[in-house]
Design a protein around this ligand. Structure first.
Ligand code: ADP
Ligand code: MG
Length: 230
């Protein structure tokens, strides 16, 4: 489903061009669960932004389900994002003073969809928070807030779930809970790509791609992967 061919990215900072990705070739099939690892500054978030159609490569091709998305307009990219891709971030990015269920509904409100409450309730139940619908973000633990964010990412039933350091702000127990949830979603058919620099987190993935200085350094299938059950 995802095919990157010689993808390069450089940022323009005034007159200076900062090259960040130096030629990435990567294929991710439907149903995979991939961890992207690498030191800070190696280009993981830049790559994730391209995978998530938040940004386009400077050169190279990105085929998503056979469509070359590397040259699409912002409008077309926004459509693909809202229908195909769910995002999860390190800092949860929930709207404060807004209930869990309302946070989950937000993407549907932006899309002008009807029957939002039922979908939002289902999504919260899917992440194990059916009994926390009316709670505000500050009345939830970090792990619960991240689960709300995952429910929000699931609300449009995306094929691809992208998570940039989803456990970066969580303690070990909550991190493992979140990884188990992502594994369950992967088992249910979502393709999952997670950026992390924690080995314990990456152990849940079926495949680990390691980046260094804007290039893929290694790409390995994990045989002894952590299992969902304890
Ligand atoms: P990682 O997620 O692996 O820490 P990033 O993709 O965030 O790495 O950043 C890779 C490099 O690109 C860094 O050197 C960073 O300073 C630079 N960079 C990232 N985003 C921008 C931007 N919007 N403008 C200029 N440089 C950027
Ligand atoms: Mg990053």
């Amino acid at each position: 489903m995802i095919e990157l061919e010689d993808v390069r990215k450089a940022y323009q900072m005034g007159k200076i061009t900062v090259p960040v990705l130096h030629g990435i070739d990567l294929t991710i099939e439907d149903g995979e669960m991939v961890a992207i690892m690498g030191p800070s500054g190696s280009g993981k978030t830049t790559l994730m932004n391209i995978l998530g159609c938040l940004d386009v490569p400077t050169s190279g091709r990105y085929l998503l389900d056979g469509t070359d998305v590397s040259r699409l307009s912002d409008n077309r990219l926004a459509k693909i994002r809202s229908s195909e891709i769910g995002f999860v971030f390190q800092s949860f990015n929930l709207v404060s003073r807004t209930s869990a269920i309302r946070n989950v509904e937000l993407p549907l409100i932006y899309a002008g969809a009807r029957a939002r409450r039922d979908s939002a309730r289902l999504a919260l139940e899917q992440v194990g928070l059916g009994d926390r619908q009316k709670h505000m973000p500050n009345e939830l633990s970090g792990g619960q807030q991240q689960r709300v964010a995952i429910a929000r990412a699931l609300i449009n039933d995306p094929t691809l779930l992208l998570a940039d350091e989803p456990t970066g702000n969580l303690d070990t127990t909550s991190s493992i809970e979140i990884m188990r949830l992502l594994c369950t979603l992967n088992d249910a058919g979502h393709t999952v790509v997670i950026i992390t620099h924690e080995e314990e987190v990456a152990r849940f993935a079926k495949r680990v791609v390691r980046m260094r200085d804007g290039l893929i350094e290694s790409d390995q299938v994990q045989r002894s992967r952590s299992q969902i059950s304890a």
